[in-house]
Design a protein around this ligand. Structure first.
Ligand code: BJ8
Length: 430
């Protein structure tokens, strides 16, 4: 029997946040329907997924109440769009970090009234949510911190600043020593912006604590992804993607605890040979651009076509948690140096050269026991799209079945994608 699940509504709360309440009121119902179809239709889900289901039920209500309570205590609430903006600093300030990347088609037409149509759907979706007052998370932030990773983002931030205070962090495009120095200077500016909100200085002790909290969160996700690589897998790719998305708006300490509780359950499932799908199920790894909530399109198609997604090489995936920060720094300069060492390992395609990413994809592919790689590129993301050329070459060298997909958030290409994915699954089944 399908479980009782409803994304909750609170029109009073949304009114206080100056949202377009009339239009937004339809959203919880739409999300409830999609969630039931994509997640709750799965059989043999781990019981510990209950917590993550409840995080979705409360995404527009309970979690917003928590964020507003933090704000009332003078804690900063900061929205980000990229894993290069160091959330350890926000944690050190007692603040709340919220990932605001847009994963919905709903607000793309709003954005297209201002932005060019031919840019990344993630940027259009996020911008559209703000200009139409359709996202309670966006409405709750003190300011947002954008970055200069790609052209679509950096130019959009200039316009976004008209609607919400928008700081921009310069992200270098190479990884030379001088690039690292530039990034550290940007981190110091970010720290100063956060300190301005709290009215005090973040000291070494607080930053060490922030690092420890985020390290623990990333280690929990590493543990979870390791368990998921078990063959046969104890958890679906859809549920894994969901957890990795929730990582961007949950309380870090609570999230870590719940991920470990799920891991404990998955360990028992592995011991008891209780997989989420039959052992013969084809295993697919996905690489490429991030999938922000509620972009579940590709995973839904793959898994409803009879395969299982066993890894995401993505910023909403392993790029977010594969590395932690060394904790042996003592002075502020030391800690920032260690922080930089970790962040410079994020192999976003905005960097050149970026061959470490190709090696990383191959490493994760082998670890996950996948039988084929689908490289996912959001439409108009030139850097990931071009990097797919090198990825394809590497896969050909290694004898890895490879398919590149470029898509947006609209449902229009679902039929075509399904046909291609079904053919790919047949190919890897041999
Ligand atoms: S570190 S992947 S989170 S930039 S998909 S908006 S690049 S046009 S999301 Fe990203 Fe940071 Fe890199 Fe990760 Fe532009 Fe491409 Fe869109 Fe992108």
């Amino acid at each position: 029997m399908e479980k009782n699940f409803t994304v909750k509504s609170d029109t009073n709360l949304w009114q206080r946040l100056d949202m377009d309440v009339e239009r937004f009121s339809a959203v919880p119902g739409i999300l409830t329907g999609a969630y039931q179809d994509i997640f709750l239709s799965q059989s043999n889900r781990p019981a510990a997924m209950d917590y993550f289901d409840s995080m979705v039920e409360n995404i527009y209500t309970g979690r917003i109440d928590e964020i507003l309570a933090a704000k009332a205590e003078g804690r900063p609430v900061i929205g980000t769009f990229c894993v290069y903006v160091p959330e350890e600093i926000i944690q050190a300030a007692g603040g709340v970090c919220i990932g605001l990347c847009g994963g919905s088609q709903l607000t793309v037409p709003d954005a297209e009234k201002i932005l060019p149509r031919t840019i990344c759907p993630m940027v259009k979706s996020a911008f559209g949510f703000k200009i139409s007052n359709m996202c309670p998370l966006f409405q709750a932030v003190d300011f947002v911190y954008g970055e200069t990773t790609c052209d679509a983002k950096k130019k959009t931030w200039e316009l976004l600043d008209r609607y919400v205070p928008t700081h921009v962090m310069e992200i270098p495009q190479r990884k030379l020593e001088r690039d690292k120095r530039l990034w550290i200077e940007e981190v110091k500016d970010f720290k100063a912006a956060v300190e301005k909100v709290i009215g005090s200085t973040i000291d070494e002790g607080a930053l060490k604590q922030g690092v420890a909290t985020l390290n623990a969160k990333r280690e929990a996700l590493q543990r979870l992804n390791g368990l998921r690589h078990h063959n046969p897998s104890p958890i679906s790719g859809r549920d894994m993607l969901l957890i990795q998305q929730i990582a961007f708006y949950d309380v870090p300490e609570r999230f870590t605890e719940k991920v470990h509780a799920l891991c404990d359950e998955l360990e028992i499932r592995c011991q008891n040979n209780n997989p989420v799908a039959p052992p013969s199920t084809p295993r697919i790894m996905v690489s490429g651009t991030p999938m922000a909530m509620p972009n579940w399109k590709l995973h839904n198609i793959i898994e409803k076509s009879g395969a299982l997604v066993v890894n995401e090489e993505s910023c909403i995936g392993t790029r977010y948690y594969k590395d932690t920060i060394a904790t042996d720094g003592t002075s502020m300069d030391d800690i920032l140096e260690k922080l930089t060492e970790r962040y410079m390992k994020i192999d976003c395609s905005c960097f050149t050269p970026n061959d470490d990413r190709i090696d990383q994809v191959l490493t994760e592919y082998r670890a996950s026991g996948a039988q084929g790689l689908i490289d996912y590129c959001l439409q108009f993301c030139h850097t990931y799209n071009i990097e797919a050329v090198k990825l394809r070459e590497a896969c050909e060298r290694e004898g890895i079945p490879f398919m590149a997909i470029e898509s947006d958030y609209s449902p229009e290409d679902v039929g075509q994608l399904q046909t291609r994915i079904e053919a790919f699954i047949e190919q890897i089944q041999g």
